[in-house]
Design a protein around this ligand. Structure first.
Ligand SMILES: C[S@@+](CC[C@H](N)C(=O)[O-])C[C@H]1O[C@@H](n2cnc3c(N)ncnc32)[C@H](O)[C@@H]1O
Length: 272
């Protein structure tokens, strides 16, 4: 696997160069990078990233509940070309590649991409590329589906708006965008309190802020919430039962109190 900076080449799991239209334009604005690297502090350490978030029964429960929600919005992927923006260690892009024609993960951190590359090595439909999400090295309308998981909350609302516009640029008209946001109404008072005192790492978004981030020339098709706040600390002990109960987070009003919100957005057919 080779990883290139600046968008000159995309390599798949077996290091074949795959065909995708790339843009070399330098006119697009870059966005700040939130640095994740091996040896980074606390949850910015790439080496312990997966262990802290995805390994162990509690994490696995939460991860399954969240994956159930976003996969339901993203599918079907068969025959599609998709992009995972801020793919990190690859938990999303590797799974998407198993179902799609081609899934490309992009991320600013070579350390994070290194971990993703190990997971992708036997999956020829998976490509990884180092790039700033504010300047995606692809031509307009290159993808059928663009997803971004656990990423946008790292940025303020203005930057989120700019990043989503760039995601929409590389999405085909009529294409699907699936975005994860951290919900300011999480647990009702809990999220509001955290937003007020600023104790939550990352940006908590209200639904009207999310709508402003999505911008024009697209429509929200569906919103799911996952997981329910706090109760997952008990729910994970009986995962089979409670993974089904968590599906209540797909409907109103329950979704508006979940920790994360997943937006399924369709890009309009007209020009952006
Ligand atoms: C919280 S991690 C999420 C990774 C993955 N999506 C997941 O759900 O596990 C955020 C990722 O965003 C990447 N990142 C931060 N700023 C970026 C930028 N401006 N452009 C591209 N990637 C960026 C980081 O390197 C990191 O891998």
């Amino acid at each position: 696997m080779s990883l290139t900076r600046g968008g000159s080449k995309v390599c798949d799991g077996t290091c074949r160069t795959v065909e995708i239209e790339m843009s070399e334009s330098s006119t697009t604005r870059h966005c700040d990078v939130v640095e994740y690297r091996v040896g980074g502090k606390a949850h910015y350490d790439a080496a312990s990233y997966d262990r802290i978030r995805y390994i162990g029964p509690q994490n696995e429960y939460k991860q399954t509940v969240m994956a159930n929600a976003y996969m339901r919005l993203i599918r079907p992927l068969a025959g599609k070309r998709m992009l995972d923006v801020g793919c990190g260690t690859g938990r999303g892009v590797v799974e998407f590649a198993r179902e799609s024609h081609l899934a490309i993960g992009c991320d600013a951190s070579l350390d994070m991409l290194g971990f993703a590359a190990r997971k992708a090595k036997d999956i020829p439909s998976c490509g990884l590329i180092a790039s700033n999400a504010g300047h995606l090295p692809f031509q307009d309308a290159a993808f059928d589906v663009v997803a971004s998981l656990n990423f946008l909350h790292l940025f303020n609302i203005d930057s989120q708006r700019f990043l989503v516009a760039e995601m929409k640029r590389v999405l085909k008209p009529g294409g699907t965008l699936v975005l994860e946001f951290t919900n300011a109404l999480n647990g009702a008072a809990v999220g509001l309190f955290r937003k007020w005192v600023g104790s939550q790492p990352g940006v908590l978004s209200f639904p009207h802020e999310i709508r402003s981030v999505l911008g024009e020339n697209c429509r929200v098709v569906r919103v799911y919430g996952a997981p329910f706040p706090t109760v997952w600390r008990f729910f994970y002990r009986f995962p089979k039962l409670f993974q089904n109960v968590e599906k209540l987070g797909y409907i109103s009003p329950f979704k508006w109190f979940c920790q994360r919100l997943y937006y399924l957005v369709k890009k309009d057919h007209g020009p952006l």
